[in-house]
Design a protein around this ligand. Structure first.
Ligand SMILES: Cc1ncc(COP(=O)(O)O)c(C=O)c1O
Length: 386
């Protein structure tokens, strides 16, 4: 169409001049890992999140592996978690020898459904893993009640959670631990990185040791840990990115509001619901496309937008219970139990969303989407390729 393509993500990174000083410092003193800046980041995030401990690690995935390990759950016991999520949500559990029981999400919030969790609990269940999907806080209080009633641990994959607010407060303090990601698609960016937030001293100590092989410093390894440290280069980037986090979250919320305004009358388009008094980080802005009312399927819409230079992403397909990696751990998970998961797998579409998204960019996406819907019939006959 002769217009600049709109990518799906556009990481907003601090300018080089903000980084030069600290990078010069670590490059000259040689402290490029396990140094002051990773500790400072932990401190800054502890204050930002309002939690007792925030431990910087190399990724959300390694953070989840160490957080689950810290709970010391019986091998072969069962983690209850959503299937409509990113693969890493399940990885921490399977690396710790747990089995998986996938439960359905609420179709509107796209988050794990506490009623389905409650039904799924058995004597073998040892942990519930919630996810704040696309940054929309999970129903934390209902999940806490369900977990507490059975004395089961509750953890959160808060990969998308920086910039979210739950009842006015940042995430991080729910369940026994919440694990965040700082990869480039997020609002707070370390290039690669994660943070384990917890109120429990023992969990924080375990993650600190575990990110360093399990070595307390005397080379007498206490348990099988990982190299999951955050380098100083990453920590510096994250500290600078933290200065812009609130602005990023506010801008994404403005963008989401405008998307909703411009698309609310489009037949067959609906939006992810954010619970009352919560704020999503809008790590992603996800719509649901009903092909009967819209005139095109989700995939046909994605291809038509791509033809106009607008790149979208399907999150999540395949959903976790269909992945080869998890089949040996999940046993039978009848599809009939996961109708909303299957519906979202084939109907949800994430539109472009950036921390520095401009109004014109939202207007361009919305105008294309509206135009595509109006011309759904001829577009359907074009059979556009992916
Ligand atoms: C829900 C969810 N959990 C975990 C992760 C893994 O994060 P990381 O890449 O920092 O390991 C991601 C990655 O985007 C994610 O979307």
């Amino acid at each position: 169409m002769g217009r600049t393509p709109l990518p799906f993500v556009r990481p907003q990174l601090p300018p080089l001049e903000d980084l030069e000083g600290p990078y010069r410092e670590i490059l000259s003193n040689g402290m490029v890992t396990t140094g002051l800046y990773a500790e400072r980041l932990g401190e800054a995030l502890r204050a930002h999140l309002g939690v007792r401990h925030a431990v910087a690690v190399s990724s959300c995935t390694t953070g989840l592996m160490l957080a689950v390990q810290a709970l010391n759950l019986p091998r072969g016991s069962v983690a209850v978690l959503p299937s409509f999520t990113f693969m890493a949500t399940a990885l921490g559990a399977v690396w710790n020898g747990l089995r998986l029981h996938f439960v359905d999400v609420n179709r509107e919030t796209m988050n794990i459904d506490p009623a389905r969790v409650e039904e799924a609990l058995t004597a073998d269940t040892s942990v519930i893993i919630g996810v704040h999907q696309f940054g929309a806080p999970a129903p934390v209080e209902d999940l806490r009640r369900v977990a507490d009633a059975k004395g089961i641990s509750l953890l959160f994959d808060a990969a998308h959670g920086f910039g979210s607010l739950c009842q006015g407060q940042p995430l991080g303090g729910h369940g026994r631990a919440e694990v965040f990601s700082l990869s480039p698609t997020k609002l707070l960016i370390a290039a690669e990185g994660g943070v384990v937030a917890t109120g429990e001293e023992d969990i924080a100590t375990h993650v600190r040791l575990g990110r360093n092989y399990g070595n307390p410093g005397n080379y007498d390894c206490r348990f099988p840990g990982l190299n999951a440290r955050m380098s100083e280069l990453h920590a510096i980037l994250a500290l600078k990115s933290l200065e812009r986090l609130e602005e990023a979250a506010a801008n994404r919320n403005r963008a989401a509001h405008l998307y909703r305004e411009l698309l609310r009358n489009v037949p067959g388009v609906s939006f992810q619901k954010v619970l009352e008094n919560d704020r999503s980080s809008f790590k992603d802005f996800s719509i649901v496309v009903d092909e009967h009312a819209f005139g095109l399927t989700r995939d046909q819409l994605a291809r038509a937008l791509a033809a106009e230079g607008i790149h979208t992403r399907v999150y999540y397909a395949p959903v976790l219970h269909k992945m080869e990696a998890f089949r040996p751990y999940a046993g039978e998970n009848p599809a009939a139990e996961l109708p909303n998961t299957l519906y979202l797998e084939s109907h949800a579409l994430s539109l472009p969303m950036y921390s520095d998204m401009k109004e014109e960019e939202i207007e361009r996406v919305a105008a294309s989407l509206v135009r595509i819907q109006r011309h759904a019939l001829p577009i359907a006959s074009l059979n556009l390729s992916a």
